[in-house]
Design a binder for this molecule. Structure first.
Ligand code: HEM
Length: 493
């Protein structure tokens, strides 16, 4: 079917779960319940009627917001036929922790190996994820009411509490600042064309199934024969109007519990800096790529998100290996300076040696992530952390990201850019915050971090310890609300 000639259909915002559109920042209280299905009938009854917030804008947002996601194990436990489950993405069906090769690619090794996880591997794979968001003072009572309704249908595998850290992650940096802008109005033409410049607007299909993505194509998802949806509960597919689109308005949701060693992070930097707090802070900010207050190191005056690295190709202002530069290199399909056909050809053939490192990180627009994480643990003051204080209780990030393609988006970023020892041709490095510090498959070390200088060789920090460990994780599907009712309903059996 020619996707290019179709007129865009309006997005059914009343069918999209709100998390895709809103970060619920005013809902400062949040917790995630990881559930196992104990009684499929009772679980289905709960999921068929529970109130789920949608993506329609309202001047007075609800005081409490519930979002619901299912793992592939959860779909099976609810009785969804195997043939239907198999129509979802391979990564989702397999799960995050079932395959050694995937664990290696994600950097889940050593203490972060799934065999050490608190949940998410073996019998600890959750079936259902309930995400609870509440305005201040409204979480506890509501959560207790909700938990009472789960009785009989589900058991509680784990509760992931969060803290209101005022928009900062536990190392002390402002977080959740840079997000892709989703094309809710569908104004970007559906076409597969080179984009030479970085642009923050993403085709809806990068995050919502059932819509064209940045390639101008529809991502694979379960498209059901009409007899599988006799009551017409599901919306019909744009690209195949006879089929019921179980994916429409849904997204994959990646959840990882990332423990942060706050004492280890600041203690190591201070030790390396011989107690010089300003130097330790400068190194930490270079590792992130933003100041603790969230200003990008390049274009600090831009403050927010409107910047690229075009004017800092060597990473002398923001190191190329900084966390935000790895996680989103902010380039177009070709790196800066690739205008004319001849230049592009020279680069394509690898004749432009200077540009080669940049070529290795090209095409950011196919690897964007919509982040929705929440931090946990007692928030610490930056002064306290720089004075060597460490929290008494565990702290970290319940990392959440949404994407239409787990492999091309989350797994690629985690593997090639965050853990990649060849990212941008940097020698012996991986992400300075998140790297697993394991040598690459060819023995290349990965525990260094370079800060290039205009006036001499790069400053290099080596033998970085691991600051972040994985404590649990799973892949979920955050369905459209009709699809949720369908999956919970009898029409699938
Ligand atoms: C404990 C773990 C992590 C910490 C402490 C952390 C911290 C941060 C901070 C401070 C920022 C800058 C503020 C912002 O733009 O929101 C940031 C940005 C970002 N992080 Fe992380 N992060 C963590 C894990 C991850 C993981 C696992 C991924 C992806 C697999 C990731 C992807 C990103 C992306 C895509 C950005 C935005 C980059 C940009 O567009 O400029 N982060 N992170």
């Amino acid at each position: 079917m020619n996707t290019l000639s179709m007129r865009p259909r309006a997005v059914e915002l009343d069918d999209v779960q709100g998390l895709l559109r809103f970060g619920y920042k005013r809902h400062t209280e949040a917790c995630f319940l990881l559930l196992k299905v104990e009684d499929a009938d009772a679980a289905r009854a709960f999921l068929s009627q529970v109130s789920v917030a949608d993506a329609q804008f309202s001047d007075s947002p609800p005081v409490t917001v519930l979002q619901v996601a299912l793992s592939s194990a959860g779909m099976t436990a609810l009785g969804v036929p195997g043939q239907v489950v198999a129509g979802f993405a391979e990564e989702f069906v397999a799960g995050m922790a079932t395959d050694e090769d995937r664990s290696r690619r994600l950097g889940d090794q050593g203490n972060s190996h799934p065999s050490h996880w608190e949940w998410g591997s073996g019998v600890g794979v959750p079936d259902v994820l309930l995400m609870l968001y509440a305005m201040p003072g409204h979480l506890d009572v509501w959560r207790a009411e909700l938990e009472a309704q789960l009785d009989g249908g589900f058991s509680l595998l784990a509760v992931l509490d969060s803290t209101d850290s005022g928009g900062r992650e536990p190392f002390g940096f402002r977080d959740g600042l840079s997000q892709p802008e989703l094309d809710w109005e569908r104004r970007r033409p559906v076409e597969d064309r080179d984009r030479l410049h970085y642009d923050n607007l993403s085709c809806l299909g990068e995050f919502l199934l059932g819509y064209p993505n940045e390639y101008g194509l529809y991502t694979d998802r379960p498209l059901l024969e009409p007899d599988r949806d006799p009551n017409g509960l599901l919306l019909r597919a744009e690209d195949w109007p006879e089929r019921a689109d179980l994916g429409r308005n849904g997204s994959y949701l990646v959840l990882r519990q990332l423990h942060q060693d706050i004492g280890g992070f600041w203690g190591w930097l201070l030790g390396r800096a011989d107690g010089d707090r300003d130097l330790a802070l400068r190194w930490a900010e270079s590792m992130v790529g933003r100041s603790v207050d969230g200003k990008p190191l390049v274009h600090a005056e831009a403050c927010g998100n409107d910047f690229t690295y075009d004017e800092d190709p060597q990473g002398q202002v923001c190191p190329i290996g900084a966390h935000i530069r790895r996680a989103n290199p902010r380039n177009g399909d070709y790196p800066p300076g690739t205008r004319g056909l001849l230049t592009r050809l020279r680069r394509f053939l690898g004749f432009d040696a200077q540009a080669r490192p940049l070529d290795l990180i090209a095409s950011t627009r196919f690897h964007r992530l919509l982040r929705r994480g929440r931090s946990y643990g007692e928030p610490q003051s930056l002064d306290g952390m720089l004075a060597g204080e460490a929290p008494q209780t565990p702290a970290g990030l319940h990392f959440v990201c949404l994407a239409a393609n787990i492999g091309r988006q989350f797994e690629f970023v985690q593997n090639a850019w965050i853990n990649g020892t060849r990212f941008a041709g940097l020698p012996g490095e991986a992400d300075p915050l998140l790297g697993d510090r394991q040598p690459g498959s060819d023995g290349t070390p990965s525990d260094c971090f370079s800060l290039p200088r205009p006036d001499g060789p790069a400053e290099r920090l080596c033998a970085l310890p691991r600051f972040v460990e994985v404590k649990g994780g799973a892949y979920f599907f955050l369905p459209g609300i009709r699809a949720l009712r369908y999956l919970a309903g009898s029409s699938t059996r």
